[in-house]
Design a protein around this ligand. Structure first.
Ligand code: F6P
Length: 340
């Protein structure tokens, strides 16, 4: 079989482990190629061949050797036609699409148009449905927890409120878990909005009792008082998302002004996505890659691999993308026990 791979959307640690897993699981008669920069490579028929030598040791590396982009073929004139033609031209038997909800929604549409596709769920935000974890998330939580640990001592020395902003557009998984692991005194995530008054009440109480505070806030958190999340609304990606960022800075100014406590903010942003994957993410990526290739070889298309408990299973791709996996109320309540 001739099989193409692509990696689309934001990069995350573990992508190379998936690519290596796919190539390692190929049979002698299989040929694997990698489209460069996600759907952009599929549109322009820009690809490299991938042999065992090409993937030697790459699971140790962050990012993706294929490059990535947020290209949406359905928002480009003739995009869909060009990809279908390239599949014919290249005589491809299958595509393994590695990506989050945007990449996988495009994959679902192409499945409907007759392409033979297997999906691998990827997102640092961990919000793809019907899979327990996506790779990259574990690494991001570790990086986030380490940063929050470090902020604890400087916040305490100066008697300050310190806000740290972490990635998480619609779902606050990274912020919740990094904050919980590193003992943040307040965690603010998109799923559970609060008013500025509530935030200030919690922080004033904490400052009176302990004299310092660390707050973990997800980039997509929107105080109930605001109309929309904070970000650059003039920069919209091909999937319609605005560029988020700035909530920690916004809150720090409001908090300092209203409480009089010295307040600082830090944005972790893309630091969470960079660098080498944890062992967990290397292994999850490897298992996903191998299982995705097995699905292709069984010609079980229109499906994506997923983690259920400790088992890799497969589900229809659309089950991963029709809704987002958000932090449940009970989990946030547990974290709340440690606020203040
Ligand atoms: O989609 C994952 C994500 O990391 C979000 O958490 C974040 O808002 C976005 O990507 C950032 O995207 P970009 O790398 O395009 O700035």
């Amino acid at each position: 079989m001739k099989i193409a791979i692509l990696t689309g959307g934001g990069d995350c640690p573990g992508l190379n482990a998936v690519i290596r897993g796919i190539v390692k699981a190929k049979r002698n008669e299989d040929e694997v190629i990698g489209f460069k920069r996600g759907w952009e490579g599929a549109l322009n028929n820009d690809y490299v061949s991938l042999t065992e030598d090409d993937v030697e040791g790459i699971h140790l590396l962050g990012g993706t050797i294929l490059g990535t982009s947020r290209t949406n073929p359905f928002s480009i004139k003739d995009g869909e036609k060009r990809i279908l033609e390239n599949f014919e031209k290249d005589k491809l038997d299958a595509l393994i699409a590695i990506g989050g909800d945007d990449t996988l929604s495009v994959a679902t549409k192409f499945c409907g148009l007759g392409l033979k596709i297997v999906g691998v769920p990827k997102t640092i935000d961990n919000d793809v449905s019907n899979t327990d974890y996506t790779f990259g998330f574990h690494t991001a939580v570790n990086v986030g927890a380490d940063a929050i640990d470090r902020l604890q001592s400087t916040a305490k020395s100066h008697g300050r409120i310190m806000l740290v902003e972490l990635m998480g557009r619609d779902a606050g998984w990274i912020t919740l878990e990094a904050g919980l692991a590193a003992g943040a005194h307040l965690i603010l995530i998109p799923e559970f909005p609060r008013t500025i008054d509530e935030i200030i009440e919690i922080l004033v109480k904490r400052m009176k009792a302990k004299g310092y505070a660390v707050v973990a806030v997800a980039e997509g958190f929107k105080p109930t008082d605001l109309e929309s999340a904070i970000g650059d609304k003039s920069t919209i990606d091909p999937f319609g998302h605005i560029k988020l960022g700035g909530i920690a800075h916004y809150l720090s100014e409001v908090i300092e002004e209203r409480t009089g406590y010295e307040t600082r903010s830090v944005v972790l942003g893309h630091l969470l996505r960079g660098g080498t994957p944890t062992a967990f993410d290397r292994i999850l990526g490897t298992r996903y890659g191998v299982e995705a290739m097995k699905l292709v070889q069984k010609e079980d298309f229109g499906r994506m691999v997923a983690l259920s408990g400790n088992n890799i299973i497969s589900i229809p791709i659309e089950y991963g993308v029709t809704t987002k996996k958000l932090v449940p109320f009970e989990y946030y309540k547990l974290a709340e026990m440690f606020f203040g």
